[in-house]
Design a protein around this ligand. Structure first.
Ligand code: ADP
Ligand code: MG
Length: 277
C-alpha cells in the first residue's frame, strides 16, 4: 500500500520520464562590471539541485545582474565585463569550448514582465524554443510536449480549448505561466526567475508560487523577489545581497531560508527581512 506521501505525489502532474537529471548551479567569485563601474564583488553561491534559491535585497544591489550572469545574458551588454565562474554540475558554462546555445537551453529565464510572443498562438509560444534550438519533433510529439509543458506550468485546463488563440489575449498571470511553459519546452535544468510575480495580482502570484514548488521536483529554480513572504513561502535557500553606498553588491548572508528568517546572523539581514529598509 502506498504511504500518504506517495498518494499525495500521485496527484501532481508527472515529472516527464525524459526530464534531465537535477543539476546544481554554482557561482564562484563572480565579479561584474558595467564599463569602469564594478557592480558585483566576488559573489559565490551554491544553488542546490532541485531546490528553490531566493535572491533578496534592496533595488540596485545587483540581483538581476547576477541572475543574467547565470545564463550568459550579461555579455549581451556591450560595456559589461565579468570575472569568476559559473558551474552547472561542475562544468563552466563560460568554457569557450561550450556553445552559448547549450548554456541558454540548459538555463532558462522568466522575466518580471510576462513576455509571450503576443500575436503567436498559445501552442506556438510553447513550441517557440524548439525552432531556436533546431529540435525536430513530429506533430504528435509536439502535441504531447505542449500538453505536458502547459500542465506543468499549471495552465493546461485553462487553455486546452483555445490553443490556437493568441498568447497576448491571456491575463497577466496566464501569460507568465505561458512563459514558464515556453521555458520548459527545451528541457532546461535550471529556471531563473527575475521577480516573476511583481507585475501580477495576489491570486496569480499564489498560482505561480504553487507551480514553482512543483517544478522544483524536476528543475533547479533561482528566483529574485522583493516579497519577503514569498521568499519565506517558496524557497529552501536564500541569499541576501547588499550594495552599501555605491560599493559593489556582495552577499551579506546566505543559508537555509528558515534559518535566515528565523535567526539571521547579520544585523543588516535582520533589518532587511523584517522590513526596516
Ligand atoms: P537589482 O536587480 O538588485 O535591482 P541590478 O542588477 O539591476 O540590481 O543593477 C545593479 C547595478 O548595475 C545598478 O547600479 C544598476 O544601475 C547597474 N546596471 C544594471 N544594468 C546596467 C546596464 N545595462 N548598464 C549599466 N549599468 C547597469
Ligand atoms: Mg532587478
Amino acid at each position: 500500500t502506498p504511504t500518504q506521501d506517495e498518494t499525495a505525489t500521485d496527484l501532481l502532474p508527472a515529472v516527464p520520464a525524459d526530464a534531465p537529471a537535477l543539476a546544481q548551479l554554482e557561482a564562484v567569485g563572480v565579479t561584474a562590471w558595467f564599463g569602469q563601474r564594478k557592480v558585483l564583488d566576488r559573489v559565490s553561491l551554491t544553488m542546490p539541485a532541485g531546490g528553490i534559491t531566493a535572491l533578496i535585497g534592496p533595488s540596485g544591489c545587483g540581483k538581476s545582474t547576477f541572475l543574467r550572469i547565470l545564463n550568459r545574458m550579461h555579455e549581451l551588454v556591450p560595456s559589461a565585463a565579468l570575472a569568476g565562474e559559473v558551474l552547472l554540475d561542475g562544468e563552466d558554462i563560460y568554457d569557450p569550448e561550450r556553445r552559448l546555445i547549450d548554456a541558454r537551453r540548459a538555463i532558462g529565464m522568466v522575466f518580471q514582465k510576462p513576455n509571450p510572443f503576443p500575436a503567436m498562438s498559445i501552442r506556438e509560444n510553447v513550441l517557440a524554443g524548439l525552432k531556436l534550438t533546431g529540435t525536430k519533433a513530429s506533430r504528435s510529439e509536439r502535441d504531447a510536449l505542449v500538453e505536458s509543458c502547459l500542465t506543468r506550468a499549471g495552465l493546461w485546463t485553462e487553455v486546452r480549448d483555445r490553443l490556437d488563440a493568441p498568447g497576448g489575449g491571456l491575463s497577466g498571470g496566464q501569460q507568465q505561466r505561458l512563459c514558464i511553459a515556453r521555458s520548459l519546452a527545451v528541457k532546461p535544468r535550471v529556471l531563473l526567475m527575475d521577480e516573476p510575480c511583481s507585475a501580477l495580482d495576489p491570486t496569480s502570484t499564489r498560482v505561480i508560487e504553487e507551480t514553482m514548488v512543483e517544478l522544483a521536483r524536476e528543475v533547479t529554480i533561482v528566483i529574485v523577489t522583493h516579497n519577503m513572504q514569498q521568499a519565506a513561502r517558496v524557497s529552501d535557500t536564500c541569499a541576501f545581497f547588499l550594495a552599501a553606498h555605491g560599493t559593489p553588491g556582495v552577499i551579506v548572508e546566505h543559508g537555509r531560508t528558515d534559518a535566515m528568517f528565523g535567526s539571521p546572523q547579520d544585523e543588516r539581514t535582520s533589518d532587511y527581512v523584517n522590513g526596516r529598509f
